[in-house]
Design a binder for this molecule. Structure first.
Ligand SMILES: [Zn+2]
Length: 166
């Protein structure tokens, strides 16, 4: 079992545990970079990759299902935001706040960066594609960890909700 992230003719196959690592490091980066409304929608998409809620091996997304924007300028800006998020994560941003050393996170992020770079966002409405709407964007920020959260986890961020490690 595992999860797949696709786009630009490439795919990133991750184990369930690898998916947790990949999303954790992206969440730490997106929480500090998000500025525009679209950024918070992308952050909400990341929160939806929580396998404790969605099911083990039941997450992953295709870059084609993301509503990148109506105009070319918007789409370019959205893509740049995702690349900046991955780059910040690659700099080991706040990795010291994780209770583990993220194994292979660098490899995942490099593959994801390559995927997004080669992907050409197209226009269209992409309604119902699973990309969070403006109303569903991640607006809450956990006071304890300063990490964004969204439904289904209004009570706290992924660090708050992580089961105690023994
Ligand atoms: Zn928290």
């Amino acid at each position: 079992m595992g999860n797949v992230f696709r786009g630009g003719g490439q795919s990133l196959h991750l184990s369930n545990g690898g998916t947790v690592v990949f999303i954790d490091v992206l969440m730490l980066a997106v929480s500090d970079l998000a500025d525009d409304e679209w950024d918070y929608r992308f952050a909400a998409l990341l929160t939806l990759q929580d396998q404790n809620v969605m099911g083990r091996g039941a997450v992953g997304f295709d870059l084609r299902d993301i509503a990148w924007g109506a105009s070319m300028v918007e789409r370019a800006r959205s893509k740049d935001f995702v690349l900046r998020t991955a780059a910040l994560a690659l700099s080991r941003h706040r990795w010291n706040e994780l209770e583990y050393d993220p194994p292979f996170a660098r490899d995942y992020l490099l593959q994801f960066t390559s995927m997004v770079t080669s992907f050409v966002p197209s226009g269209g409405t992409q309604l119902g594609g699973g990309f969070p709407s403006p109303e569903e964007r991640a607006v809450a920020s956990c006071a304890r960890h300063r990490v964004l959260s969204a439904l289904p986890h209004w009570e706290g961020c992924f660090l708050c909700n992580r089961p105690e490690s023994s």
